[in-house]
Design a protein around this ligand. Structure first.
Ligand SMILES: C[S@@+](CC[C@H](N)C(=O)[O-])C[C@H]1O[C@@H](n2cnc3c(N)ncnc32)[C@H](O)[C@@H]1O
Length: 261
């Protein structure tokens, strides 16, 4: 199961508002949108928001008013929204890089995504069953027919990104420009993980509340010493701060010297 980065999503957007990168009147497209995203945008006071989901009426979205579109094939023009944002959606896509490309293409200023991070510690956590590789719960919630990869009943692989991977991907999308990317991460292993068989073997035979307390302590400890490797991972692609590569020729400015009469 992918852990929720709900708090991180709202923190990133609030921070962008505080720094005036995001303005409440800017146009925002929310990809993979659900009622949760609507709640966030309402709380933040964003006024020009378009919600999109492949299955707006599904239990994973519950936002029937959202536009229906596949994140891999958006019809919007290049740069048609100031910001394109998405929470917990890319890892549901069969081609996460292509879906991220579409977000990048149609954004004018920033792309914000909150996903799960791949890191050495996350791989250890995976080995102990603290985090999973395929998302079965979402398909169970969808009655076995939806909630998985591209909204189907096939549980999606939880594609976890590294910082370097995001940077390389953006550099490949837009090689003519340097594009800064801001990252934010934290550990948030869900306390429900304390009930899995893998966790039982790691944490011993105590009751569920005791195991949940241990997972909370684990999150606290990991955030103290290795926050950078945290499973919750948000990134903001600062297209607004992008610059042409130094090797791209700039049109010379022609100055015409005044000839004295
Ligand atoms: C885990 S839910 C996240 C929903 C919401 N953003 C939230 O955080 O509560 C993932 C959503 O992505 C949508 N989705 C899956 N594949 C998609 C695709 N190829 N294009 C657009 N949306 C897709 C699903 O319908 C689902 O609602």
């Amino acid at each position: 199961m992918a852990e929720s980065g709900a708090g991180t999503y709202e923190e990133i957007l609030q921070d962008l508002l505080d720094r005036r990168v995001l303005d409440r009147d800017h146009s925002v497209l929310v990809q993979f949108a659900g009622e949760f995203d609507r709640g966030v945008t309402v709380r933040l006071g964003l006024r020009d928001v378009t919600f999109v989901n492949l299955e707006p009426a599904s239990v994973s979205s519950r936002l029937p008013s959202a536009l229906r579109a596949d994140a891999h094939r958006m019809t919007a023009e290049d740069g048609s929204y100031d910001h394109v944002i998405g929470h917990a959606g890319l890892h549901h896509c069969s081609r996460p890089h292509q879906a991220l490309y579409e977000m990048y293409r149609i954004a004018r200023r920033t792309v914000v995504a909150v996903e799960n991070q791949d890191s050495p510690l996350m791989r250890v956590a995976g080995r102990f069953g603290l985090v999973g590789s395929y998302e079965h719960d979402a398909v169970a919630d969808g009655g076995g027919t939806t909630g998985g990869v591209d909204g189907t009943g096939v549980p999606n692989h939880v594609y976890r990104w590294t910082r370097r991977e995001v940077e390389k991907t953006i550099a490949s999308f837009d090689p003519g420009r340097t594009v800064p990317v801001e990252f934010r991460s934290r550990w948030l292993i869900g306390t429900d993980r304390a009930l899995t068989p893998g966790m039982r073997s790691v944490l011993g035979g105590g009751g569920a509340p005791a195991r949940a307390r241990l997972v909370k302590g684990l999150n606290l400890g990991l955030n103290g010493v290795a926050r950078r490797q945290g499973n919750i991972f948000g990134f903001t692609i600062r297209k607004d701060l992008s610059r042409p590569q130094t090797w791209i020729p700039v049109e010379p400015t022609v100055t015409v010297a005044e000839v004295p009469a």
